[in-house]
Design a protein around this ligand. Sequence first.
Ligand SMILES: [Zn+2]
Length: 427
Amino acid sequence: MNCKIPLLCLGVLACPGLRAQKHDTAITVADVTRTEAFLSSDAMRGRAVFTPDINRAADYIAGRFREAGLKPGQGNSYFQDFSLLNVTPDTIAVTLNGTAIDPEGIGVMTSHPDLDWTILDSAQVVSVDASHSLGAVIRAFRAGHSNVLVLLDTISAKTIRRNRRFLNGHFYSPYSLVMVPFTGTPASLSLHIHSVIKGKPLRNVVGMLPGHGPKAREYVMFSAHYDHLGVGQPDAKGDSIYNGANDDASGTTAVLTLAHYFAARHDNQRTIVFATFTAEEIGEYGSQYFATQWDPATVVAMFNIEMIGTTSKWGANSAYITGYKRTDFGKILQKNLEGTGFQFYPDPYTTQNLFFRSDNASLASVGVPAHTISTSKMDNEPYYHKQGDEISTLDMENMTRIIRSIALSSVSIVQGVDTPTRVTGLR
Ligand SMILES: [Zn+2]
């Protein structure tokens, strides 16, 4: 590695980990392909949540973490188990300013069978309007610590009416959110909602590589989601398995590869957390749960890896970083890659809100410099969420180079030399 940056040169002297990277030989196309092929095989049946298939993928990931010598991330276990609550409200009686609201227009996110709010003080009251989107309100609720009563404007009320049935998945939280179509100034409230609640089991798989120096209590995360869409209707070719080779067996493969890479180096100063999340495809529930279990202040950076199996719009040896301008994470990564010919770009699909569409958002919303690294051409990726997302459509050589580059790009963060700025202003 050429060293043109004084700070990094100092780091080289201070920490042996910054010396010439052996990454070109340590991360091989053969190993990466073997992992990718296993996770995206038909035998995994698309790794859908709430099926035995995803549990087999989880067992495989835990086995590979054990093989690398990682410490379990949750007590004595690599499995971080939690429940997704299936919430079906069967009684909804809401009166605002003395007028009963149509129950069909009311959205509920709760883990309590009975909600009784008799005064407006029972919940924080938030209005959705042109400047305050429903998505932002829900993100703030998930990251916050209070009940929330959302007053929906006409447009967002239509959205909730159409999508009510998708709201009923929720992991345990002591707080509830109720969305009510109402424009105007609320003066009095009477609310009673009874729901039938059933828990369905989910698990993240988490392993750790303890740091070797005084910064061992600071965490650097590498993550990806290991769930996908499972088995559906056959396509024109008779294929019914959504293999999710790119989405996101490629990211999961990267996390497993990096776990073995850093374990073999055995010189990380900060503790590295390798997390593979469940239930991303149905609402990023795995990473949201993770964010409640880990003090976000201790996480200095999160490298979330999503869909790196195809070449980016700029061709080989490049990838993009979502939310690039929100922190200096991307600049640090690029600095560590100087002279390698690999280029990280800011996310070019700015209208698609990608920063909020993957697991990095769960950590970013509580301040962590958490970004997603991807090569997916979001305007032209023919197999995205299709049965044809198979390993045969991936460029394994380029994917291997991307994993090597991620390893190299992270080195000054892993070694405690650089600390990216925090994400602010998302609440
Ligand atoms: Zn994905």
